[in-house]
Ligand binder design. Structure first.
Ligand SMILES: [Zn+2]
Length: 469
């Protein structure tokens, strides 16, 4: 403390300066949390960084079972394996909780350029799309840059395949075309639609993802092509060349299928009925091996709980890891089933944490909850300063924990360096080799410290009015 600040402190004390009590309490929390938990946080960080077990486990999961689309045998085998491993880790209350999930299958699919030259183009049908008739659809292509351009050329779209060659702005912005492209194209009379893949990076790789229909337009097949091929077809059209393709898709939706949320925990030493829950989603698209999205999210939460077990750390409250099922289609049946199965205990869910943004270098968390809870989790976040994961920002959560956040459970999403996430997202390139063992270990440390400390605080995180970010 400097001389002048000492003088100021004395002055403040002498005149009983009206420091708002909330700020004083927050300052006290920060000091108390640092004093009480820095040593255990350092132990967790050191132990997490000492090996590459998270990366190894993710590699084994994805090598053994590959991708894990909902309704598939590979997902169910992966869930069996996760439960078996959780048991052999010595975790408690290992169980699967049933959920019925939508079941869309891709089948065979292809896209052939017929005019102005013959060649096959890489293609990925979008999740939920209908298929084409057996012989496919052969039609001229109308390339548009965006929905305004489609509106301006709507008269030319009838009977054609509309290709949206929409440049990537951000995932949140550009993905709108993946969600609504089939509706926009069908309204203009198109017989099918194609999408320039929603990604900032070109590897001549299509990226899939869910799409939607509504009652305003006929359902037409919708599929993604690579950024490079979208640009090429666009150039051909600009040269005045007639572009014709044959699109074949066997995609179809089957009846809902049974699946499960998988979970395990370390029961709390004093308040086992109060819970910090964390995890990611076990399902992936049917391409690549779903390592980033979201096998890695499940594994870092799981490894964080296993780390507590290995170090013999049992917090006051229960820490539970959950692999939720069915995030990718946007139906969140796993998150909804968890909400309903645990409806009676949600008042005692102290915090829910999701990792679903890729397990790259962690920067901290985004938090949704009350002001007083935010002050506490920020103080906990400071324990992660030495690995640079100490930034706790307002606003955050995840699709899988969304249903319980709506019921008042404070929520948090792991924030990581997202630079490369959408390069690989929903493509054949989503494989474990893109992930760094050290960065994954840092994610484990970050999840473990936050979960352990919040689960061990003398008082539960205060609920209360949630302020928007
Ligand atoms: Zn995901």
């Amino acid at each position: 403390m400097t001389r002048s600040s000492l003088a100021l402190a004395c002055l403040l004390g002498a005149v009983a300066w009206p420091v708002p009590s909330r700020l004083a309490a927050q300052a006290a929390d920060t000091v108390a949390i640092a004093a009480r938990y820095q040593a255990v946080a350092d132990r967790l960080i050191d132990a997490a960084l000492a090996d590459s077990s998270a990366w190894q486990r993710l590699a084994e999961l994805t090598d053994r079972f590959g991708n894990r689309p909902i309704g598939s045998a590979s997902l169910e085998r992966a869930l069996d394996w996760i439960l078996e491993q959780m048991r052999s880790d010595g975790l408690e209350h290992v169980q699967g909780e049933p959920a019925m999930v939508p079941h869309w299958v891709r089948g065979e699919e292809s896209l052939d350029l017929v005019e102005p030259r013959r060649t096959r183009l890489p293609l990925l049908g979008l999740g939920g799309s209908i298929g084409t008739p057996k012989g496919g659809i052969t039609a001229p292509v109308l390339v548009v840059g965006d929905s305004n351009e489609l509106a301006a050329h709507a008269a030319e779209a009838r009977g054609k395949i509309v290709l949206f060659d929409t440049p990537y702005v951000s995932y949140g912005v550009t993905v709108q075309y993946r969600w609504t492209g089939a509706i926009l194209a069908a309204r203009a009379g198109a017989v099918a639609a194609l999408l320039r893949s929603v990604s900032p990076f070109e590897m001549r790789q299509p990226h899939t993802g869910i799409t939607h229909y509504d009652s305003t337009a006929r359902r037409i097949p919708f599929a993604a092509i690579s950024i490079e091929d979208a640009a090429m077809l666009h150039r051909m059209q600009q040269r005045g060349q007639r572009v014709v393709v044959t699109l074949k898709m066997e995609a179809r939706t089957l009846p809902d299928a049974p699946s499960r949320n998988v979970m395990a925990e370390i029961s709390g030493s004093e308040r086992p009925d109060e819970v910090v829950v964390m995890g990611g989603h076990t399902d992936s698209w049917d391409v690549g091996t779903g390592a980033m999205d979201d096998g890695g999210g499940v594994v870092v939460a799981w490894e964080a709980v296993r780390l507590l077990k290995r170090l013999g750390l049992r917090p006051r409250r229960t820490v539970r890891v959950v692999g939720w099922v069915n995030e990718e289609t946007g139906d969140d049946r796993g998150g909804l089933a968890y909400r309903d199965d645990h409806a009676a205990d949600l008042a005692k869910h102290v915090l829910a944490i999701e990792s679903d943004g890729g397990v790259f270098r962690p920067s901290g968390f985004g938090f949704t909850g009350s002001d007083s809870a935010f002050a506490i989790v920020r103080a906990v976040g400071r324990l992660l300063a030495r690995i640079g994961a100490d930034t706790i920002s307002r606003g955050g959560g995840g699709s899988d924990i969304g249903p319980i956040m709506e019921r008042g459970v404070p929520g948090m999403g792991l924030n990581t360096d997202g630079t490369r996430y959408f390069w690989y997202h929903h493509s054949d390139a989503d494989t474990v080799d893109k992930l760094d063992p050290r960065e994954m270990a840092e994610c484990v440390a970050t999840m473990a410290v936050m979960a352990y400390v919040v689960a061990d605080l003398p008082e539960p995180l205060p609920r209360g009015p949630v302020r928007a970010p």
